[in-house]
Write a protein that binds this ligand. Structure first.
Ligand SMILES: [Zn+2]
Length: 481
């Protein structure tokens, strides 16, 4: 995709002319970096043309998710190309160029996902979905937090809680978020992981818990929290809500790529032959020297936790996915994905009871993911090191995406977690318009929980999920998009 030899001739004298001195090498690297950045702009331009034609045939959620995933793939490929340049810089014994490349990679890890975010909005709007004022407000408020809080919040030991991934990152990132908020958010990034978000690990942070109460789905308790119905006393019984997990703050919160920075020897990850092949495929001039393989440098790599096996798609195990067969080995990685939520209030044309205007909210969600391969058959993350490998973006089941329980852009859910739960933990359930808070009132009644205990005593054998493809009994999980 970024093979300079396929680009117009006028670029070649700059990018391909061999250089001898190390000063000349530096120039070569910077020109290559420039070429890559130009590609990004060009892609952005092409994108609008592609979108204009394609979007008319797909629904807004699908095209927004695919567009975001496509940009995640492009960003990963550029990151991979920069890793190859890093190896070439090491081969040319040019540490300054190496450092500059690391700096660009750090920025790219934020800029790429922001382009994905922006492109998703364009895709949704081309499908005539309007901006959602609630989404705008949520994003604008978050941009404020990034600008005003992130640089200053500290851990108990006085160290910054969110160290900047590169100098000046927080104001720059905040500006990008503001820009998108001002243009209007139509497709909410539903798998966003804001650094301050609690991410589950507690029934109160799990949508399934509330749905189980509302539907008297006692099997949910049997399968997910077996002794909760019996052990619970009242709201003071709950263990504390877990704090937001600590992570490496180098990935974008929105459509992040799940990468990590490793300071290591290149040959601890990739063989010399494989690197030679990567250089050849990239079309960059130069070759890999021994020093590049054995000297320590900083590499952008797939985080093993984010890029683990794609367990959500497993067709065996405790919660089998109802697919016709197992995921092929070359696709069996979780990794970067994009989930979007579109929520539109529509006024019904026919009046409701007593002539009242009825407003319905229609919600679509969709998820997509960049796919690709190295060497015809290897997974993109086969070596740990990011290399250009992504060729397409495809829709995936929402359940197999990284969307957290409830969805990051479900405004009611977010309101409940952020504003109602702390209050509830302190004072117990209170009458409220919030659907989740209403379930907590029901939950507090000992008679309600006893009903579940009694039912499970008799019928818990109905709750076991038989394994094997096609036999999954749902239980409210979302398999489709
Ligand atoms: Zn609530």
């Amino acid at each position: 995709m970024h093979d300079p030899s396929r680009k117009p001739n006028r670029r070649e004298p700059f990018a391909l002319r061999p250089r001898k001195s190390s000063g000349g090498q530096t120039i070569v690297f910077f020109v290559m970096v420039l070429v890559i950045l130009v590609f990004m702009v060009v892609w952005n331009f092409d994108l609008h043309k592609i979108l204009f034609v394609k979007s008319l045939t797909q629904n807004a959620g699908d095209s927004a998710a695919i567009m975001a995933a496509r940009w995640q793939g492009i960003t990963l490929n550029i990151t991979g190309n920069l890793n190859i340049m890093q190896a070439l810089a090491l081969s040319a014994e040019d540490p300054d160029a190496g450092e500059a490349i690391n700096g660009i990679q750090a920025r790219l890890n934020y800029v790429g996902p922001m382009i994905a975010f922006m492109a998703a909005q364009q895709a949704a709007k081309n499908n005539r979905v309007r901006r959602n004022p609630g989404f705008d407000a949520l994003l604008r408020e978050h941009a404020r937090q990034v600008r005003e809080d992130y640089p200053y919040v500290t851990a108990p030991d006085g160290e910054p809680l969110f160290p900047e991934p590169y100098p000046g990152a927080w104001p720059e990132y905040a500006s990008m978020l503001e820009l998108i908020a001002n243009q209007g958010v139509a497709a909410g990034p539903d798998n966003a992981r804001l650094y301050g978000d609690r991410t589950g690990g507690h029934p109160l942070l799990t949508v399934g818990f509330y749905e189980a109460i509302a539907g008297k789905n006692w099997c949910w308790f049997y399968n997910h929290a077996s002794s909760l119905l019996e052990d619970y006393e009242d709201y003071r019984w709950w263990p504390d809500l877990p704090p937001p997990p600590h992570m490496e703050y180098i990935n974008s919160e929105i459509f992040g790529l799940g990468l990590t920075r490793l300071e290591t020897r290149l040959d601890s990850m990739v063989s010399a032959e494989r690197m030679d092949e990567a250089v050849l495929n990239s079309g960059f001039p130069g070759s890999i020297a021994e020093t590049a393989l054995t000297n320590t440098a900083v590499w952008y790599c797939y985080h093993p936790r984010a890029w683990s096996a794609w367990d959500a798609m497993a067709t065996s195990g405790p919660d089998p996915f109802p697919a016709t067969g197992p995921v092929r080995p070359q696709y069996d990685y979780a990794g970067a994905d994009a989930a979007v939520r579109i929520s539109e209030a529509t006024t019904r044309i026919s009046p409701g009871r007593e002539g009242a205007v009825v407003t319905n909210t229609i919600t679509w969600t969709a998820a997509a993911k960049p796919f690709g391969h190295l060497n015809e058959s290897d997974r993109p993350n086969a070596y740990g090191l990011v290399l250009p490998a992504f060729h397409e973006a495809r829709l995936i089941p929402l359940d197999a995406s990284s969307v957290p329980s409830g969805g990051s852009y479900d405004l009611d859910w977010r309101e409940h977690i952020e504003n109602h739960l702390p209050e509830y933990m302190e004072h117990g359930p209170r009458p409220s318009d919030c659907w989740y808070c209403k379930q907590l009132i029901v939950w507090e009644r000992p008679g309600f929980r006893q009903e579940g205990v009694d039912w499970l005593l008799l019928y818990s054998d109905r709750c076991t999920v038989p394994s094997g493809p096609g036999s999954h009994r749902g239980g409210g999980r979302r398999r489709a998009h």
